[in-house]
Design a protein around this ligand. Structure first.
Ligand code: BGP
Length: 471
């Protein structure tokens, strides 16, 4: 069958500022929560930045972005997703005026992208809350965060409105339930945090996201603004109705976030959950109206699927921040994340059935240990056929979903250049088409090398996906 990607399909790659830029204290940047998380979500949080924290240097993208953007352009990227490090713009997060040098960096970066016809796709907040906001206000548990975020987004929209068309409000907004410090800047230890506090923080983020959407629509009528959800389909482990209902409830925990962003109000199943748990969200009179500012598209990350089971003996396995009961039919990556390309087609269909909005796959990829080797010409490269296989299988499923009638506007492969892992803070968990010579002990020249997947992806983009038919 002759299946195609749309002509305007946005092919590209994705990174986040804190995982690649480094330069953690340069040009006036303040500290972010990442600067005190040397081991990722496992913790612990350090008092000060410590040199073993790989993110302090990252892959030195801050100084090498020109070389890297050139490589993205060589692959044919139409879009490049990155985040803005909030603490470069507002070092503490609560000051009145922004840091000009921080603003200038992103002007330069976006200009560099536009020079090659690459559209920037910007995540406003990607796990990099200014540390001061975390320590002083306990992050998003505090309603004042909405005001700080509002000032930050107004600054971004007025500065970059003529350069950036696609915006995402919060990376994987639902991850706050699982990783409150990294995702929500919440210092109260997770064990001490009540669901009441957690969902109050969620409410503040949802209001802030809707407010950003409202402001974006007012300030940049041509811009498109989306939510970003950590997706993980939950299949019933067995056809037992109890397993089906458990899986539905697991799905609801994540769907809640997309539902509010798209439908503009809290869904009934969540109100029931709050009632039954004795949770009462404090809402201000204006919140209801603010939440009605709904997004233009829905974006999400997709790495894993999982199963739901009513049997308490079934334990959750590893996953992308969230895990679930392992699926006996699937294999896993070296980090135990189960690989399920069809789950991506399923997710795209499910989201479109639910939302009827354009969808953007803004993260997907394989974290693996790579080996630098010499090719026939004696050039150093990585023969990453496993990554090519993973990406091909997922892209074929996107094409299936498009064939199913789902409007998918783009795909940005996660970690298009090797970077520091969010969950484990390792560099050896590599995702890129471009290898970066840096190791977890801090050694390495930071030189860039094209992996085998570089030319493969270049060809996928060049043929608008037709080359996926080849073996
Ligand atoms: C998502 C995050 C990313 C990214 C990716 C891969 O949760 O949005 O920041 O890192 O997952 O995860 P990891 O880096 O833990 O392998």
């Amino acid at each position: 069958m002759d299946m195609r990607f749309p002509k305007e399909f946005l092919w590209g790659g994705a990174v986040a500022a804190n995982q690649c830029e480094g330069a953690y204290n340069e040009d006036g940047k303040g500290l972010s929560v990442q600067d005190v998380l040397p081991h990722g979500i496992k913790g612990p949080v350090t008092k000060e930045p410590v040199s073993e924290n790989m993110k302090l240097v990252g892959i030195d993208f801050y100084h090498r972005y020109k070389e890297d953007v050139k490589l993205f352009a060589e692959m044919g990227f139409k879009v490049f997703r990155t985040s803005i490090a909030w603490s470069r713009i507002f070092p503490n997060g609560d000051e009145e005026t922004p840091n000009e040098k921080g603003l200038q960096f992103y002007d330069n970066l976006f200009d560099e992208c536009l020079k090659y016809g690459i559209e920037p796709l910007v995540t406003i907040s990607h796990y990099e809350t200014p540390l001061h906001l975390a320590r002083e206000y306990d992050g998003w548990t505090n309603r004042k965060m909405i005001g700080f975020y509002e000032r930050y987004v107004r600054t971004l929209f007025s500065r970059y409105g003529n350069k950036v068309k696609y915006w995402l409000t919060f990376n994987e907004i639902n991850s706050i339930l699982h990783s409150p410090f990294m995702s929500g800047g919440i210092c109260t230890p997770k064990e001490e945090l009540s669901e009441q506090q957690l969902y109050q923080a969620v409410h503040h983020e949802l209001v802030a996201s809707a407010l950003a959407t409202k402001i974006a629509h007012e300030m940049m009528p041509h811009a498109k603004i989306g939510c970003m959800i950590l997706s993980m389909p939950v299949y019933p482990l067995t056809p037992a109705p109890d397993d089906v209902i458990v899986s539905l409830k697991e799905e609801h925990k994540n769907d809640f976030f997309g539902d509010v962003h798209v439908r503009g109000k809290y869904p009934g199943y969540m109100l029931r959950y709050f009632r039954e748990k004795g949770i009462s969200i404090q809402m201000e009179p204006e919140d209801k109206e603010i939440l009605e500012n709904t997004v233009d598209f829905v974006s999400f990350s997709y790495y894993v699927s999982a199963c739901g089971s009513a049997d308490p003996a079934q334990k959750a396995g590893p996953g992308n921040i969230i895990g679930g009961v392992p699926n006996p039919y699937l294999k896993a990556s070296e980090w135990g994340w189960q690989i399920d390309p069809q789950g991506l087609r399923y997710t795209l269909n499910r989201y479109y059935d639910r939302y009827q909005l354009p969808l953007f796959v803004v993260e997907n990829g394989l974290g693996a240990v790579d080996q630098l080797e010499k090719d026939d010409q004696g050039e150093l490269t990585v023969f990453d056929d496993y990554r090519i296989q993973y990406l091909r299988d997922h892209l074929i499923q996107i094409r299936e979903a498009i064939e199913d009638g789902v409007p998918v506007i783009g795909y940005t492969a996660w970690g298009c250049i090797d970077l520091v892992s969010a969950s484990s803070a390792e560099l050896k968990k590599r995702y890129g088409f471009i290898y970066v010579d840096r190791n977890d002990d801090g050694s390495g020249s930071l030189k860039r090398y094209k992996k085998k997947s570089f030319a493969w992806y270049q060809n996928v983009i060049h043929t608008n996906g037709e080359s996926l038919n080849e073996n």
